[in-house]
Design a protein around this ligand. Structure first.
Ligand SMILES: N=c1c2ncn([C@@H]3O[C@H](COP(=O)(O)OP(=O)(O)OP(=O)(O)O)[C@@H](O)[C@H]3O)c2ncn1[C@@H]1O[C@H](COP(=O)(O)O)[C@@H](O)[C@H]1O
Length: 191
């Protein structure tokens, strides 16, 4: 990796040209470094230069649409509180949440499934804005499902906190593997 050091201003034309050449090299190194995002240890980093098209796509992909004011997930807690209040009011004339819950748990679950499929479609199509909008739909319908199930978001956050720091691969490997069942199903994979 090239080392960048600060130098005094060049005194001659030749020295200035040399400095310019060095600056160009430094610029190239910086660009490569900026795109060389950290990857987990077991995944080899991409070799060689990353093309402009890839860099442009990556920049567009990482650019936030609009960051929320409070910048955290407290909005989900507030959303659940509102939905729960609507559920308790049962006023299906003014509340979409109350109307949806009144249609029963299978309908509530079905709506979440539909929104999830729409999210998947947009994500696969790499439609960034639509992926954000569909994510919001999924989260809203997840909160409706939780309210309908009598589950507070804090219980889900607690489960996420419990899992913090536990690698998914390690957790999966630690699960009991009923060998006979796997042999009958002719698979080595558990759902
Ligand atoms: N975030 C949302 C939200 N996202 C989506 N939706 C509504 O979800 C509905 C989805 O429309 P669809 O046609 O997919 O579903 P549908 O009307 O049930 O149609 P079918 O199942 O009959 O096909 C639309 O009416 C959307 O407006 C939402 N409705 C409410 N909220 C939030 O929930 C709060 C409470 O809303 P109400 O319960 O309506 O007071 C609001 O203040 C918002 O913060």
């Amino acid at each position: 990796m090239a080392k960048v050091t600060k130098k005094a201003a060049p005194k001659t034309k030749k020295a200035a040209a040399k400095t310019l050449k060095t600056a160009k090299t430094v610029k190239t190194v910086k660009v490569v470094k900026a795109t060389n995002l950290p990857v987990p240890g077991n995944i080899p980093a991409a070799k060689g230069r990353i093309s402009k098209a890839v860099r442009r796509a990556e920049t567009a992909h990482l650019k936030p649409l609009e960051l929320p004011q409070d910048g955290d997930a407290a909005v989900l807690d507030r959303l659940w509180d509102t939905i729960e209040a609507r559920r308790l009011s049962g006023d299906v004339t003014v509340s979409h949440s109350a109307r949806l819950i009144a249609r029963g748990t299978p309908k509530v679950a079905q709506k979440l499934g539909e929104e999830a499929v729409e999210l998947v479609i947009e994500a696969v199509a790499r439609n960034r804005e639509a992926t954000i909008a569909e994510s919001a739909d999924v989260l809203y319908h997840l909160m409706v499902l939780l309210a309908d199930a009598g589950i507070r978001p804090a219980e889900v956050w607690g489960e996420l906190r419990r899992r913090e720091g536990i690698s998914g691969i390690v957790e999966k490997a630690s699960r009991p593997r009923p060998k006979a069942l796997l042999a009958i199903a002719q698979t080595s994979k558990l759902p």
